[in-house]
Design a protein around this ligand. Structure first.
Ligand SMILES: *Cc1c(COP(=O)(O)O)cnc(C)c1O
Length: 381
């Protein structure tokens, strides 16, 4: 049976047309007119002055952290509930990640924990604070900017999952000193693999482009005064990204409709709640995520995941928090147990923009069947 994936890319004739046009132009390199245009269009879409397109969201995070001075001996506050890339990028710089729990109302970095930490570390402040706009919901930037601003600590916004979301009417990605997007295959739009760094500071953009091209100095020969990276995005994937970006409003609208369809069903099911949508913003519904209280619902998230898997439907646990990952077991954590509970109770449901209403109905039918079977089992006990 064909598998219904969690977040399959939505690509079609427009993407094909842009890609072939770029191919025929002869610009098959990490430079070219589509790369320049993609950067301009990304900046316009997110409301920043400059976007620097790179090979991955992880590369964009690494560059952002290097730009704000993350280095060995410094700490960086990182949201614990995230994909491992956020933490790994901190480690690439040599800095120590300090993991911060989520607030239960938003699932994003708890500003109170950040305030506590910064007050206790006036002598050795972190190089950056890295909130994550998890599942396409912006972090609480009013509170985070106030706290970080008071201590002069820059915010690096991991908006890898949040392109097309809004914070107080402003597009996601522009809320920190530096913003990061991902165009991986499962993200809201894809270049087949890619990312971008967003900034209002042209000098930082120039510095990021320099570091991303092996820090080559302007000279007729190859001249290098520092260590750089090979992080630039190619012109072909950028062309694909331009087509996807043109379709962003349509993709987000479809994702939000899918979430509304799930929401209508789960509002009738005791013990199952959708991820809350914060009052300060509008999420892009990258994934529809629910939490399952096994006591009130009768089933656990893992039982539902397995029931869906037997029908060829991919569902997945919420990110396992970084402070519970073996690779980061030794890192300090500001923990109130929220992210750990979301990991235990959370389930991400198929949310690809290509899913039809009937596809989502089928997922709902399988969930409803599993829940009523479980209810009958419990009644028989
Ligand atoms: C996907 C993702 C990244 C990494 O992006 P890549 O393009 O896969 O390198 C970073 N942070 C978060 C929160 C992500 O979801």
């Amino acid at each position: 049976m064909a598998t219904m994936h969690l977040s399959a890319p939505s690509v079609g004739p427009l993407e094909r047309e842009y890609l072939l046009r770029a191919f025929d132009s002869g610009w098959i390199a990490p430079v070219g007119p589509d790369l320049d245009a993609f950067e301009r269009e990304l900046a316009a879409t997110t409301g920043v002055r400059e976007a620097v397109a790179v090979a991955s969201g992880t590369a964009a995070l690494h560059l952002a952290l290097e730009l704000v001075g993350a280095t060995a001996g410094r700490s960086v506050l990182v949201q614990s509930l995230t994909f491992v890339a956020t933490a790994n990028a901190v480690r690439y710089t040599g800095a120590t990640p300090v993991f911060v729990d989520s607030h239960p109302d938003t699932w994003t970095m708890d500003p109170e924990l950040v305030a506590d930490y910064l007050a206790r570390h006036r002598e050795d402040p972190p190089a950056a604070v890295v909130p994550v706009d998890i599942f396409g919901q912006c972090a609480d930037y009013d509170a985070l900017r106030e706290v970080c601003g008071a201590h002069g600590v820059p915010i690096v916004q991991d908006a890898a999952e949040a392109l097309g979301a809004f914070h107080r009417g402003q597009p996601a990605g522009a809320q920190g000193e530096l913003g990061v997007l991902s165009f991986n295959g499962n993200k809201i739009i894809t270049t087949g693999g890619g990312g971008a760094l967003l900034t209002d500071d042209p000098r930082r953009a120039a510095r990021a482009r320099h570091l991303a091209t092996q820090a080559r100095e302007p000279a007729p020969h190859y001249e290098h005064t520092e260590v750089g990276y090979n992080y630039r995005l190619g012109n072909l994937p950028a062309a694909l990204g331009r087509a996807q970006l043109a379709r962003l409003p349509e993709i987000v609208a479809r994702k939000r409709a899918i979430r509304a369809q799930y929401a209508a069903f789960f509002s009738q099911v005791p013990g199952v709640d959708l991820m809350p949508e914060a009052a300060y913003g509008t999420g892009n519904a990258w994934l529809t995520v629910v939490t399952i209280d096994p006591v009130r619902c009768g089933s656990t998230a893992e039982e539902l995941r397995m029931a869906l898997a037997t029908h060829g439907i991919e569902a997945r646990a919420v990110w396992k928090p970084m402070h519970l990952q073996p690779v980061y077991a030794a890192a300090p954590a500001l923990d109130r147990g929220v992210a750990a509970r979301l990991f235990r109770q959370g389930l991400c449901l198929p949310s690809g923009a290509g899913l039809s209403e009937a596809d989502v109905d089928y997922v709902i039918e399988v969930v409803a069947g599993a829940l009523s079977r479980r209810a009958r089992q419990l009644a028989d006990l």
